[in-house]
Design a protein around this ligand. Structure first.
Ligand SMILES: *Cc1c(COP(=O)(O)O)cnc(C)c1O
Length: 390
């Protein structure tokens, strides 16, 4: 073999069955081959397991899928290049022209855009309700055949809690699928409920370090089987290297989530007693309107704390600009604490009543609590609140 050929066919290194890497290697390859055409054909007929082309599957992304399915307590999973990609591909895979979707004013903006603008172009209709309005859900589901109910809990940014037991019961009674974007609560929560499909952004608590994007859909085997080919051809596949980074992040998922939740509770309690704060939104606080529901259906109240500044719109700039430890940037669930002003990012297509329902005021602040020391965080918040002059 000439060297020019050799560099394209380097010497293979294989490990014996009894000699394993403790951390699985990254299968940074697009293609896989079998020894013979006959075996390739057997694979393509579905008669043997294997990997062939990484847009469809890859051992590194597959390891992440199997782990996430187990964490969320379902049979199977497909991972994608981003959380928005997981939601888009799931919605495209589950709906057809003429279908109807129930979703909520409190739903993540890009998801509402997908349902309203993108699916709308293909003749999928929707009804936008408030997550607080169970009677409305029941009324719409009994009036119109509905393909799926898409919801979140806690919601972004004011951490309203969806009654998952009631929503899934109503959806199933009407023959609709329940789809829960479980990004805020995490993989270790809500698995005991009768949710058909979970979607997640892996960009948040899964990776934990804010340096990689990914998404996942997790469901029973039959639903994932029905989505698999659509996902393969839609092509929003997660890269194996990103899958490796997310697998690495997941090793510390539980300790991070618990530590960040404990700090979030400290921050929420600190803000709750502060004269510069009109109202704190954190499901772990006894004053949260759905604290009892949250206590019943969650183990951990989450890493997101929102609140309304007493000084309203005028207080937002001095507050945010005075913060030193909280980075002014979107996303959540990373090791650094983050702050956003949700009013800036609110859904402008919502009417005044829907804006009110969303709970976002001009003085609303959303914090994502990171891994810093909680004393440093409350000290930083205290100083920034002093800067608002209230
Ligand atoms: C961030 C987020 C998404 C989108 O995830 P990306 O990975 O940023 O595409 C979807 N849903 C929720 C609730 C999110 O917070």
């Amino acid at each position: 073999m000439k060297k020019r050929t050799r560099v394209n066919h380097p010497p293979p290194v294989t490990l014996a069955e009894d000699n394993r890497a403790l951390v699985a290697p990254i299968y940074q390859t697009v293609k896989f081959e079998f020894d013979t055409l006959a075996e390739t054909e057997r694979y393509l007929r579905g008669e043997r397991p294997g990997f062939f082309y990484s847009r469809s599957s890859n051992p590194t992304t597959r390891q992440l899928e199997l782990l996430l399915a187990e964490l969320q307590g379902r049979d199977d999973c497909l991972v994608t290049a981003s959380g928005a990609g997981a939601i888009a591909q799931t919605l495209l895979g589950l709906t057809k022209q003429g279908d109807h979707i129930v979703c909520f004013v409190e739903t993540y903006n890009p998801t509402r855009y997908l349902i309203r603008r993108l699916l709308g172009r293909f003749g999928v209709t929707h009804t936008l309700l408030s997550i607080d309005e169970l009677e409305g859900v029941e009324r719409v589901l009994s009036a119109r055949p509905t393909r799926l109910v898409f919801f979140e809990s806690p919601t972004n940014p004011v951490t309203k809690i969806a009654d998952i037991e009631a929503l899934t019961r109503l959806a199933h009674a009407a023959g609709a699928l329940s789809v829960l974007d479980n990004t805020f609560a995490g993989f270790h929560q809500h698995g005991a409920f009768d949710v058909d499909v979970f979607v997640h952004s892996l960009t948040k608590h899964a990776s934990g370090t804010g340096d990689v994007m990914g998404g996942a859909v997790i469901a029973r085997a039959e639903l994932i089987r029905a989505l698999r080919t659509d996902f393969g051809v839609l092509g929003g596949t997660l890269d194996p290297h990103a899958a490796f980074l997310i697998l690495r992040g997941l090793k510390s998922y539980f300790v991070r989530y618990q530590s960040q939740t404990a700090s979030a509770a400290r921050v929420a309690a600190f803000l709750d007693g502060h004269p510069g704060v009109a109202r704190v939104h954190y499901p772990g606080l006894p004053g949260h309107p759905q604290h009892a529901l949250a206590t019943r259906q969650m183990q951990d109240f989450g890493t997101i704390v929102s609140f309304d500044l007493r000084g309203g719109a005028a207080a937002v700039r001095p507050f945010v600009d005075a913060l030193e430890l909280f980075a002014l940037t979107p996303s959540l669930g990373s090791s650094e604490s983050l702050v956003v002003t949700p009013h800036m990012m609110r859904g402008r297509e919502l009417n005044a009543e829907q804006q009110r329902i969303s709970g976002i005021t001009e003085g609303t602040i959303r914090l994502s609590i990171g891994l810093e020391d909680a004393d440093d965080l409350t000290e930083d918040l205290g100083r920034a609140l002093d800067a608002t002059g209230s």
